[in-house]
Design a protein around this ligand. Structure first.
Ligand code: GAP
Length: 427
């Protein structure tokens, strides 16, 4: 894990938030490569669940919502973690985080005494307007989900979509986590990618779709390169207040099996509560004229957690070589272009032409520093799947060498066919 954290900082994937002021616990900033990787994950997700499907549409709702939303959704009452405080130094921990509590005990040589667990609400408060008083207090969304439920009727009315269908969304969520940690794994500001998939409220239909989304996501993550043996399903023993059934996909993180994403059977919890609290009819009317509140099978994944686990799974150290075996679709840079020697204008000119041409359709990098070995190592470390070298022979045969990151094998490819070659390998 230390190696991944160091690599992220050094190469510009992830930096600690507000670092020059000593940081802000639980916040992270994404550097140039991290921003690319994150965008690729989100784009791939959106393409696979919205663009390529006929039964899922996407929305983008506001982070700030009427506080009534959180009353209706049950978060004001039930979105809580148990908190204990050390009476010696007043440091606070999650009561269920026994490892941290044990560690803390040790730091006081076994003299620490603890308060009884209290319920600590994770919603982050904010104030709108000029007065910091109760009326202007709002909450930053603790899950992106509610933006879908409050817009359920709007989506139905504006699209005429029929059950079963999903509403997808990607966006920021905020939680006042008691103990953020494990790098970006538990942050206070993070992004989620979710589908609320609405179905006919029948047990058998619910079971079918719950199983469907479980295997869909397992296939999605393995299809994008995560090793099967590092993933498993885990049934929730303690379910969230909204869930009838819940299962996590867990990843074998460097610190142990950890929640990657969740599939939750939310039943009609959200729509019925919003119907009750808003007084608006939230029912779906089917073709036969029957009206009912659909059930919701939710898929909820963290973008940051996905990014961390894609990185962690891709990190390889083999034969004195460190490389990120990222799926080419996710790799921040798809190809790097080098002139064999930086001081040969004819090589540089041809290489620049190739670089600028590829840049119009792919994220590509330019490197003319040091020797070729060093440039390969530098691109390997950030997961660039292809390195293209213009050598003296290129000036005669109008071809270049393309070196594959995983195998380190080199192909000789005609410059005129380079785009097609790369596109075929990446997408
Ligand atoms: N809408 C349901 C929901 O929010 P959740 O299990 O609380 O369910 C879903 O969160 C996913 O969001 C998690 O599986 C994880 O990937 C991500 N997530 C939750 N809390 C997080 C945090 N503090 N930091 C980073 N990611 C988080």
């Amino acid at each position: 894990m230390d190696k991944i954290v160091a690599l992220c900082k050094r190469r510009g994937f992830i930096y600690p938030g507000s670092e020059i002021y000593g940081g802000l616990s639980g916040t992270w900033d994404y550097g140039p490569l991290g921003a690319e990787l994150k965008r690729n994950i989100k784009n791939q997700w959106w393409q696979d669940v919205v663009q390529l499907r006929e039964d899922v549409i996407g929305i983008d709702s506001a982070v700030m919502m009427n506080p009534k939303v959180w009353e209706a959704s049950g978060h004001l009452e039930a979105f809580v973690d148990p908190l204990v405080e050390c009476k010696v130094c007043h440091e606070r921990f999650r009561a269920d985080n026994l490892d941290q509590i044990k560690e803390h005990d040790k730091s006081h040589k076994g003299q620490a005494t603890w308060t009884d667990p209290q319920k600590f609400n994770l919603l982050v408060k904010a104030y709108l307007g000029v007065l910091e008083e109760k009326q202007s207090q709002i909450f930053l969304r603790g899950e992106i989900t509610q933006g879908v439920h409050v817009n359920f009727k709007n989506v139905l009315d504006s699209t005429r979509i029929k059950l079963p269908f999903g509403i997808a969304q990607i966006g920021k969520a905020f939680r006042n986590e008691i103990t953020p940690g494990n790098f970006t794994f538990r942050s206070r500001e993070f992004e989620q990618m979710e589908i609320q998939y609405f179905i006919k409220p029948e047990e058998k239909v619910g079971e079918k779709w719950f199983e469907y989304w479980k295997s869909f996501w397992m296939d999605w993550y393995t299809g994008l390169g995560i090793s099967k043996e590092n993933l498993r399903f885990k049934n929730h023993e303690e379910k969230a207040h909204y869930a009838r059934e819940a299962v996590d996909i867990e990843y074998q993180a460097p610190w142990g099996w950890s929640e990657f994403m969740g599939i939750h059977h939310r039943g009609d919890w959200d729509l019925s509560r919003h119907e009750e609290f808003s007084g608006q009819n939230m029912k779906f009317k089917d073709l036969e004229g029957a009206e009912y509140l659909p059930w919701d099978i939710e898929s909820s994944a963290g973008v940051d957690r996905s990014l961390l686990f894609f990185l962690s799974d891709a990190y390889k150290q083999e034969d004195n070589r460190i490389y990120l075996r990222l799926h080419p679709k996710l790799a921040p840079i798809k190809a790097a272009v080098f002139p064999l020697l930086a001081n040969k204008p004819e090589l540089v000119k041809t290489a620049r032409k190739i670089y600028l041409d590829l840049k119009s359709c792919l994220m590509v990098a330019w490197d003319d520093r040091g020797n070729i070995g060093g440039r390969y190592a530098s691109q390997d470390e950030i997961g660039t799947p292809f390195c293209i070298t213009v050598d003296f022979k290129s000036l005669e045969d109008e071809a270049v060498t393309v070196r594959d990151r995983n195998t380190t094998k080199q192909d000789r490819i005609k410059i005129s066919g380079l785009k097609e070659y790369l596109n075929g390998k990446i997408y």
